[in-house]
Design a protein around this ligand. Structure first.
Ligand code: GDP
Ligand code: MN
Length: 388
């Protein structure tokens, strides 16, 4: 789960990670009031959307007077901010953060995430701050310093100071940076994050080190341990269909192809997406209806898939292990009565009572095609939409 920068910074304050003073606003008048309250010659007006790259997209601007803060707030609030992470349609800005401006000496990157190869968290730090860290990783990987964190011990002070000195900090700034890195680990660990990034972490001309940006992602599987975290969710930032699917407890991820997929089990869903590609088309979604595929889940699955205007055909690929195929077949027929299926439908059922299920489907009078096996199904579905 993602949250906004201003929410991330509130959490940073609790963990004693230094951030600039600032307040959120939703109107241009509030922006002027905040500018005056901050009482600094320069303030920064920052669009609050979940995507990064706001600076380059025109969502981060400096204001040198209350009047300028008003003008900037007016132009940023309500804008459709396009960044390399939003896609061409952009994301509407509803909230802005107004912060006191910092006199930047240098920008750095620090972040923590799970290194799945070694099953341990890793802290990364780089002098190439303020930039796209993926670019740095691709073109100059030697500029990224790493410390593997022993989960039971946490980030050790010697590791934090090794990174701080490695980044070139010295004297009191090195002490401040070390403290921030240690507290960043406390935050990652304490809030059960899947990713936490400060990009940029900055040193200022008056000798301070602080977090100028905050990216905090929570591990969805640990939300139950943090009752306050779901309250930070901003559904307007998420794909509307994915939000809808999560209400039905469906694991749905929207993609940009044309074949809607309804599958049980994440592994089979991945294999289905692969074979659709192999057959010459692309999946419109990942959808795992879970182990207990029944009338309700199948109906909801059809509704979600058909709400996507890109979908030109639907491939149902379900393995009847715990749930027998004949029951799933009846579920599909029931669901097809509830939802008007307007596109070609190919069904592949494998497992217990698969033959019986095939007969039920073919006798149902519903316009569909049954497939023998994964490959046959993928070929039939791609043919149904004319190859693409
Ligand atoms: P992002 O582009 O979405 O990652 O937004 P950031 O919060 O990282 O801001 C982008 C860039 O704006 C930073 O890398 C800084 O160069 C610049 N910036 C942000 N706040 C300030 C500030 O207080 N003073 C100055 N001079 N630049 C700032
Ligand atoms: Mn940033």
């Amino acid at each position: 789960m993602k949250i906004h920068e201003y929410q991330g910074k509130e959490i940073f304050r609790r963990y004693k990670i230094a951030v600039p003073n600032g307040f959120v606003a939703t109107t241009a008048d509030d922006a002027a009031t905040i500018y005056t309250k901050l009482g600094k010659p320069v303030s920064v007006v920052k669009a609050q959307i979940h995507a990064g790259g706001r600076g380059k997209g025109g969502g981060v601007k400096l204001a040198k007077s209350a009047a300028e803060a008003t003008t900037l707030a007016k132009s940023i609030l309500g804008m459709q901010l396009v960044t390399h992470q939003t896609g061409p349609q952009g994301q509407k800005v509803k909230t802005i953060l107004i912060e006191e401006g910092s006199d930047i000496l240098k920008e750095y990157y620090v972040g923590i995430t799970l290194d799945r190869r070694i099953s341990k968290p890793v802290m990364m730090a780089s002098t190439e701050g303020g930039m796209d860290i993926e670019e740095v990783a691709a073109h100059s990987p030697e500029k990224i310093l790493r410390e593997t964190i022993e989960p039971a011990l946490g980030l050790q002070r010697f590791q934090a100071s090794r990174l701080a000195y490695g980044l070139g900090f010295a004297g009191d700034a090195a002490k401040q940076a070390t403290t921030i890195l240690l507290n960043l680990w406390n935050c990652y660990d304490g809030e059960d994050c899947s990713l936490i990034e400060i990009n940029p972490l900055i040193s200022t001309k008056d000798g301070k080190v602080l977090a100028l940006d905050a990216k905090v992602n929570f591990d969805d599987n640990a939300l139950y341990r943090h009752p306050e975290q779901p309250g930070l969710r901003d559904e307007a930032e998420e794909d509307a269909l994915e939000v809808e699917a999560s209400k039905f407890n469906l694991n749905y991820v929207r993609l940009d192809g044309h074949v809607g997929c309804m599958v049980n089990g994440a592994g089979l869903a991945m294999a289905t997406m692969d074979i659709i590609k192999y057959a010459g088309s692309s999946p419109a979604n990942f959808l795992d209806v879970g182990g207990g595929a029944n009338v309700t889940t199948v109906t909801n699955g059809f509704k979600i898939i058909l709400s996507d205007p890109n979908v030109k055909a639907i491939f149902v690929n379900i393995f009847g292990g715990i749930v027998r195929c004949d029951r799933i077949a009846n579920g599909i027929i029931e669901a097809a009565k509830n939802v008007k299926i307007t596109v070609p439908l190919v069904v592949r059922l494998a497992g217990t009572n698969a033959e019986e299920a095939k007969k039920i489907l073919l006798d149902s009078g519903i316009k569909l095609d049954v497939a023998d096996g994964l490959k046959d199904g993928a070929e039939k579905i791609v043919k149904a939409i004319g190859g693409k």
